[in-house]
Structures are given as C-alpha cells and as structure tokens.
Design a protein around this ligand. Structure first.
Ligand SMILES: Cc1cc2nc3c(=O)[nH]c(=O)nc-3n(C[C@H](O)[C@H](O)[C@H](O)COP(=O)(O)O)c2cc1C
Length: 518
C-alpha cells in the first residue's frame, strides 16, 4: 500500500486535490456562486480582488489620483519626517485650473525677518497667536507653542507604541497631543503637552452610571500636569452622531484600567451625551469643568445644521461665558472605523463646515473669545494657509501624524491588522515600531511643516500666519467668475487677530511646549 502511494507522482496528487476542491465547489458549497459556476478558476477572481488595492497603489494609480491622500502628499510627509529632500522638480504636476485649487497670493516683496527675531534662531517657531482660556479668565490659560498638533486618536484605535512615539514626538516639537476618546494612557504621558478629550463613553472619567464623573476628571487633572486643556467631543467628521460598542473581548485589563470600565464586558458609547442634553446644559458643563480643573475647555464638532451652534453663540453673548476653543472637523476626516454611509456623506467638508460655523460667531463678534482649531486633511502648508485665512488659529492632524511615523495608508485600521503596527493592538505588529526613531520623525514633520508654512507666510508679506485674511487666498470656482478670493467665495471676512509680533508670543507666560528654550 505504502509502495503504491509513494509511486503516485506529485502532479497526480495535485490534480487530485484540485479535483476534490472542484467537487466541493460544485456540489457541496452554496455560499459562493462564482466558485460554483466556475470551479477553481473562480478563486483567481477573489485573489486578484484581494490584492487589487496594493496593485493599484504600487503600479497603476498616478501620483495625484489616490484618496484620502495621494502619493505626492504622502511622499511630502515621509520626506519631511525624515528630513530628506521634500522638493519637487520641473514644476507643478497639478492641474492648477481645476475646481477648488487654491492659490496663496504672494506679496511683491516678501517679509524680511529682522535680526534678533525669534525666527532668526528657530525657523520653525510658529506658536498659536491666541491664548486658550484668556477671555474666560481660566486659572491656567494655555498658548499652544505650535500651530500644528496631534488630533484626537485614542489608545485602543492606535497601538501603545504609536501613541508613545507621538507623545515623545510632540514633546520634541513643542506641540500638544490630543488623547482621543480612550482615556489618558501611560503612553500619553511621555513628556508632551496633552489635551484630554472625552466623548459619550467618558473613558477614564466615567461614573458608575456611564456618565461624566467630575471627581475623577478633577483627580486626573491634578495628578497629570501635562494636561493643558479639556475637549468635549460632540462629533467627528467621519461619523457624526454615530455611537459605538467596544466589544468585551477587546477589553484587556490594561484597557479596562485606562478607560475605567470592566474587563471583558461590552461597553457602549451612545450617540448622545449623558452629562448634558441641551445647549444650555453643555454651556453649564463647560463652566463646571473649567471651575473644577482651572483648565481651558473646548468642544469638537463636525458641522451640519447650524441652529444649535447659533443657540450656543446667542447664549455666549447673553452669559459672557462659553468654550475656550472650538475644533471644527471636516467631513473628510479620518477614523479608526466608520460605516461608509457616514464617512462619505454625513457632515460638511471642512471648507463649508468651517466657513458656516465661523460666520455664526463672527456675526455676534465672538471670534476673539475662541481659539479655532481646524482638522480635515489640513497638514500641508498651503492648505493650512487657507485654513488660517478663513479664521483657524491652529490645526490638528491625525492621519498625517500617522504617516509621519510610518503609516502606508493600507486603510485597514478597522481590522486590527495594520501592517505598520500603528492602528492595531497586535503585539507582534507593533513590535516593528522603533519608538525613539518614530518620535523624531513626527517632530521633524511638524518642524518641516512649520518652517514651510512660515516661508509661505513670509512670501505673502506677513510675519505670522494669523495675519492671513480671506483676500490672500484665491480658489478656482466652477462658474463664470472662474477664480475668486475666499471672501467673495464664502461671503465673510475673517476678524483680524490682535497681533503685536512673534516676540510677544515667544515671551508669553502661558506658552506651552516643554522644550521651549528661553
Ligand atoms: C485612527 C483614528 C482614530 C481617531 N479617533 C478619534 C477620537 O477618538 N475622537 C475624535 O474626535 N476623533 C478621532 N479621530 C478623528 C481625528 O481626530 C481627526 O479629527 C480627523 O481624522 C481629521 O484629521 P486628519 O484629516 O488630519 O486625519 C480619529 C482618526 C483616526 C484616523
């Protein structure tokens, strides 16, 4: 018998296996029509489909074709993060007549940095021109020392190694790190300034009833001086108004401790908040948090309907109180996981959302009280110039920060199989991250960004990007005017920001960033 089996050649065994699979495809499986109708060859279709994204990314897509970030954009971030040559040769490959293409209007003679100016020594020193919490006289106001910062991304959606690299990176770049919804983890406490962010799950500051525990929040802030401000998440661009469930199986003892939930038990992040149910209640909560912690308190939202924003602005006018900062997220924003119907369609893209909500506050002369933060693919200097011209004071970046530490846009954050170890909890995959090296990369991306942003600012004749206004940027529009400045496109003028020179920002006692040398 053994002799008979060993006398059968290998290709006969192969044919036998193929034949068996074909029999199974045709007679015993009902799940896949293609493999029933085309046994064996049908599998090639599934395989080719599965490697399609990589094939298109590596070989087929042109440099400007892909979304969310095309190859040129990714390449610029990679080169900037590695301090490599991030220039382009031969001239632009963009269709500069395309709809929505933006132009920064240069000054006839660029701004000349005088001697003894903070930027003669540090060409990437670009702090925020406004102080969070100054108007509302919070006990601990905060001036972000960098106009570009890490946007909300939780430990849980990102790996421990990625969060640690980002926090060490922001420390090196004097920026801040927003915790995202998953609570303050040890990986967020590596020396960088932190904005503590919570959503409807109240992770890290959750009461037994699943609402906000003010006591826990107070203790958290007291024990962690790295927390410089608090952000209440109302919504994010990729999935506004969408709740979520964190399955018990994913809740390890470490995650349970950080998030303040029970090991192994499903946790619900509802679509709405328990700690407030109306705009007046939100305003009251902001004040309570600011009183209890002394910190500036802000809100983050994606923009759709404006009536509740108008109610908020009216109440701010009436009471003299309100959020210290507002983060406006664009509908193009990223996420660890969201249904495509939400990611693709719910909430407005950044330019439309920001312009409409800014006008709500501008019309009531409230913009001086608020630090406006923008997020939604703004981590490129010219895009940031547009955002500042429209009224943004700072920008937050999420996916750009991920790319600076090695994300390849595999778009599998929701599967726990991120090949770069960034958006996964797999120990094996994150072991590939060299935290020190990646923290340098993030810091270098921020510094390269700020340097180039400042160069664009100087080319426009300004000392600081806060001086950009709507007429400084033109945008191609698809109508008979063809190309208009932002003011006539979005129908408002940004309120000028009081600015007396970068030296004053440099000397500010509220300036954040641990490694600022004075
Ligand atoms: C992996 C990942 C996790 C995120 N987690 C949160 C979160 O916890 N809370 C939140 O408000 N936004 C979250 N966001 C959205 C980002 O903070 C940001 O608003 C959005 O991605 C737009 O910025 P970007 O275009 O620079 O990525 C997450 C985004 C990503 C990519």
């Amino acid at each position: 018998m053994i002799d008979f089996i060993t006398s059968i050649p290998w290709y006969a065994w192969l044919l036998l296996v193929v034949f068996a699979v074909a029999i199974r495809d045709v007679f015993f499986q009902k799940a896949h029509t293609i493999s029933h109708n085309f046994p064996i060859v049908g599998y090639f279709r599934y395989w080719l489909e599965s490697i399609g994204p990589e094939m298109r990314q590596y070989f087929v897509a042109n440099n400007r074709e892909e979304l969310p970030f095309n190859r040129i954009e990714r390449g610029w971030i990679y080169a900037s993060a590695k301090k490599e040559n991030n220039y382009e040769g031969f001239g632009t490959d963009r269709d500069i007549y395309a709809h929505h293409h933006i132009f920064v209007k240069n000054q006839m003679m660029a701004y000349e940095v005088p001697d003894n100016h903070p930027n003669t020594e540090d060409k990437s020193f670009v702090p925020c021109a406004k102080v969070m919490g100054a108007y509302n006289k919070r006990a601990k106001p905060y001036r972000p020392a960098s106009v570009i910062n890490v946007s909300a991304m939780s430990f849980g959606s990102l790996s421990a190694a990625a969060v640690e690299a980002m926090n060490k990176g922001v420390q090196k770049a004097d920026a801040y790190h927003n915790t995202g919804e998953g609570g303050l983890s040890p990986y967020h406490k590596q020396g960088g300034d932190v904005i503590f962010h919570f959503g409807t799950g109240y992770f890290g500051v959750r009461s037994a009833e699943g609402s906000l525990s003010m006591e826990k929040l107070k203790t958290l802030v007291e024990n962690n001086p790295c927390i410089k401000a608090i952000e209440i998440k109302l919504s994010q661009g990729a999935k506004p108004g969408k709740g979520g469930v964190l399955p018990g199986a994913k809740i390890t003892p470490e995650l349970a401790e950080i998030r303040g939930v029970e090991v192994g038990k499903d946790v619900l992040s509802p679509a709405t908040h328990k700690a407030f149910k109306s705009v007046p209640e939100l305003l009251q909560l902001i004040e309570k948090i600011a009183e209890a912690t002394g910190l500036p308190v802000g809100i983050k939202g994606a923009i759709g309907k404006l009536d509740q924003w108008e109610q908020l602005a009216d109440l701010m006018l009436k009471t003299g109180k309100g959020p210290d900062f507002i983060t406006v997220d664009g509908g193009e924003g990223g996420t660890g996981a969201a249904p495509p119907s939400f990611a693709d369609h719910v909430s407005l893209p950044w330019v439309y959302g920001f312009s409409s909500v800014y006008k709500v506050f501008l019309n009531r002369e409230l913009t001086d009280r608020i630090v406006f933060i923008g997020s939604g693919k703004l981590g490129f200097p010219a895009k940031a110039a547009m955002a500042f011209a429209m009224g943004a004071d700072c920008i937050n970046v999420a996916r750009e920060a991920m790319m600076s530490i090695g994300c390849i846009q595999a778009q599998v954050c929701h599967t726990n199989r991120c090949p770069t170890g960034i958006a996964t909890q797999s120990q094996w995959l994150q072991n590939g991250i060299d935290v020190t090296l990646k923290s340098e990369r993030l810091a270098q991306y921020f510094k390269s960004f700020r340097k180039e942003f400042l160069e664009i600012t100087h080319a426009a004749g300004y000392e600081h990007p806060c001086q950009f206004h709507m007429e400084d940027i033109q945008v191609n529009v698809d109508d008979t005017d063809l190309n208009r400045d932002l003011r006539s496109t979005y129908k408002y003028q940004k309120n000028p920001i009081p600015f007396n020179g970068v030296q004053e920002l440099y000397d500010c006692i509220h300036l954040g960033g641990k490694s600022v040398t004075k």
